[in-house]
Design a protein around this ligand. Structure first.
Ligand code: COI
Length: 379
């Protein structure tokens, strides 16, 4: 009891400190990299291996709140080996992207939603809240500095990874009192080696990613660590990703390792409801809004893996696809569960997935109107 009251007090202090910080309009200091790196060709990008010249950093302690915001050369973070994040995984992150339009401008897709979700994850992991307006401004400044890194080859973008980690040098178990907030930028191409070709997914009852009441709905490092073992078994069996079932009955579909999941069954588009153990994906929400705007019946509900296989048997399972910032829209060609593999449709990209992919990309790259006001230009 005492412990949780302390956490609440700390949390309240943080909110006050952040408001104070905002009122005095904290300046973001900038130190330019002495040497700039060679930028890779668009065709060499892949996902997540190249990083730009600069990064954003900001620190937290209970006395000063979030302080010392700075843009400085990209580089290693010096850390005590006892830093709490290394032992207990008190770490949260986001993924969003900046796109280059045909006319050379740069634009962000729903950045406020990602920062809002980062604060949601912060709450779940006892990490102090930050001021979203301030961090968005810092991100815009960082993007202006590293703007030449936003690639222009078709299908490429600049992946943005805001992250917060616990930095107290302490190995007892409690919430850290100090944190580091950083943002790094990575020019990327397709997430999956398959590109937009259908991926094969593997369903297991043996392992779970998260349970209701846990931290499945937060974007925290441990959820991804928890997915690795089963994913390694999926790889060995020739599959790209694990499709997770719920942690209680091992029956209901939750999400895929790196994305939310959708099923076209009959004339409905069905996706698992936000049940507090799956991530409320920004791309998931965009898919739902786009599909509804086309008059598609979108249903968010519990969906069992048995129901998916039954729908397949009856010829009603038309398409399956994942959605995520990194993966965008990723069609699923095959699903294996309980020793049985089914092929979705004819195993190729279905027309609905293709339309979603194209329409979403057209909005993200500024090739079409932005009816939902998702785009934020970087000027
Ligand atoms: C994203 O889609 O942005 C993610 O964070 C998933 C990650 C595994 C790349």
């Amino acid at each position: 009891m005492l412990f949780s009251r302390n956490i609440i007090n700390i949390y309240n202090n943080v909110v006050k400190t952040n408001h104070y910080n905002l009122e005095v309009a904290v300046e973001i200091t900038y130190k330019k990299a002495e040497t700039l790196k060679n930028r890779p060709e668009g065709s060499a990008l892949g996902f997540g291996t190249f990083f730009t010249d600069h990064m954003f950093n900001m620190d937290y302690n209970p006395q000063d709140g979030w302080h010392n915001p700075r843009i400085e050369p990209y580089g290693p973070i010096a850390m005590d080996p006892s830093s709490m994040v290394l032992h207990y995984g008190q770490a949260i992150f986001e993924g969003l992207k900046a796109y280059r339009t045909d006319s050379g401008e740069i634009q962000l897709f729903r950045p406020k939603d990602n920062l809002q979700r980062l604060n949601f994850s912060a709450d779940k992991l006892c990490i102090p809240a930050f001021d979203e307006t301030f961090v968005l401004d810092a991100l815009l400044q960082l993007l202006r500095i590293d703007k030449d890194w936003v690639p222009s080859a078709p299908g490429t973008s600049l992946y943005i990874r805001p992250t917060i980690i616990a930095t107290d040098p302490y190995i007892g178990l409690r919430s850290s009192n100090t944190f580091r907030f950083f943002i790094i930028l990575s020019p990327v191409g397709a997430y999956y080696p398959e590109g937009f070709n259908p991926v094969k997914i593997w369903v297991t009852k043996e392992y779970v990613r998260a349970v209701r009441g846990g931290v499945g709905q937060a974007k925290t490092a441990g959820n991804y660590a928890a997915s690795l073992y089963a994913t390694s078994l999926a790889y060995k069996d020739g599959y790209t990703q694990v499709l997770w079932l719920d942690g209680v009955e091992q029956k209901y579909i939750e999400e895929v390792g790196t994305m939310n999941i959708f099923f076209c069954i009959g004339d409905e588009l069905i996706t698992p409801e936000l049940n507090r153990s799956i991530l409320a994906g920004v791309t998931r929400d965009s898919v739902i809004k786009l599909a509804k705007s086309w008059g598609v019946k979108v249903v968010e509900r519990q969906l069992s893996i048995d129901e998916v296989f039954e729908a397949h048997e009856k010829g009603l399972l038309k398409e399956v696809f994942g959605s995520g910032t990194a993966a965008i829209i990723s069609p699923v060609g095959k699903i294996k569960f309980d020793g049985k593999e089914i092929t979705v449709g004819d195993g190729n990209v279905g027309p609905f997935s293709a339309k979603l992919f194209n329409d979403l990309m057209d909005i993200q790259y500024g090739k079409s109107d932005d009816p939902f006001h998702w785009i934020m230009p970087v000027k």
